[in-house]
Ligand binder design. Sequence first.
Ligand SMILES: Cc1ncc(COP(=O)(O)O)c(C=O)c1O
Ligand SMILES: N[C@@H](CCCC[NH3+])C(=O)O
Length: 475
Amino acid sequence: MRAHEAGALHAEGYGGPPIWLPYPRDVMELLPQLWPETVCRDAVGRLVIGGVDVVSLASEFGTAAYVLDETDFRARARAFRDAFADSFTGGADVYYAGKAFLCTEVARWVAEEGLNLDVCTGGELAVAIRAGFPGKRIALHGNNKSSSEIRRALEYGVGRIVLDSFDEIVRVDTIARELGVVAPVMIRVTVGVEAHTHEFIATGHEDQKFGFSLADGVAREAADRVVAHPDTMSLKGFHSHIGSQIFDTTGFELAARRLVQLHADVVHATGADLPEIDLGGGYGIAYTSQHTPLAPGQLAEQLAGIVEREFKAIGTGDGTATPRVSIEPGRAIAGPSGVTLYEVGTIKDVGLGEGFSRRYVSVDGGMSDNIRPALYEADYSVTLGSRSSDAAPRLARVVGRHCESGDIVVLDEYLPDDLAIGDLLVVPGTGAYCRSMSNQYNHTPRPPVIAVRDGQARVLVRRETIDDLLALDVG
Ligand SMILES: Cc1ncc(COP(=O)(O)O)c(C=O)c1O
Ligand SMILES: N[C@@H](CCCC[NH3+])C(=O)O
């Protein structure tokens, strides 16, 4: 249940008397699906993650801090790997989308759990290379890959480059020829699907920068051009990614139908053997009770059914074998495994008139460590982590420390009325697209990423310092 579901009692949340005690005092108890599997409270009420309580984490590493639960991350990665391996008769590969969150150690976890890796810049590729990630299991994405990124990827022997433009086809052809290699490539297709998600993270509709359009024949033309250069490029198949934070599989179904049809057309017309098809990522997670994600097993079953149906529909016995399927989940693996730890700095009850007020709780982070509320109006939840409280719940808005009124961490959530300066707040679901989209607005050093596992904590990415920021300023 969310604060805004409180109906008639909602207004009372704004400074009204604490008469709504039926409301749960702890959002963590109410919504376990928002939290890493290992989260619990210890005997004195402190939130514990990966066997380490958040008070100890804060005192050792400071706040704000990202905390990543290794056991939970690995379990989610394995769940995707196993579910897709079990459901797809022709075989399936899971590419973890590193844009969600990537560092050297996480790349190693991904490799060890038997997943592949999707990188979309030379920077992400460099992390993968540093981690010793096997080249064959890496896919290189991006709508404007530079020549040096393509060269590095081919030198390292990546398993696929996902082509995004005609210019890039020329670029890959030229570099592969220089290096004397045949580049394994896929073609990213814009399938014309309106995904049900925020418009900034939808990528399947026609009018946007990614991929080759299916509707106007450009994707088909791209395939013909690639197939015409067998000495430098080997076409492995087509790719589609319709967007992110999607719950409804109808978009994937439509995308798969169109991709399978294109696949069959190209196989028949060119005689190319296309061994793979990539359905992209985009599987939604729960940030609040408003979200009801599918488990990897359900997703795999549904997607396998869709792919099988679509290949049957184009006719069996026509020589079109069902290819190996790949998917690219990022958020669904990293998102729920991470939380952000903040310390309360100020508490302000702002009068709204007629006896109502809104409680603003300021923490030592904000839009520099989580830009998603400002960018996508993303909603999050939050709980008091450093202690439990018997005080009545009170609706609060958690805000950051940046010079923007849109610097909101959590729009509305119940926190105990006795919340105090120095309390620790914990925001779940921040494992994906928070650190990876972080920034240094207002010269704010970025928080560290701490891994927790079996009662041990260690730094994966160290905290930035003011000196780091000053070092960039050569003036
Ligand atoms: C090509 C591609 N694959 C995979 C992903 C990962 O998406 P998500 O984190 O929603 O699973 C993205 C990001 O939206 C993407 O652009
Ligand atoms: N950055 C987006 C996800 C999409 C990015 C990849 N295409 C988010 O935070 O929701």
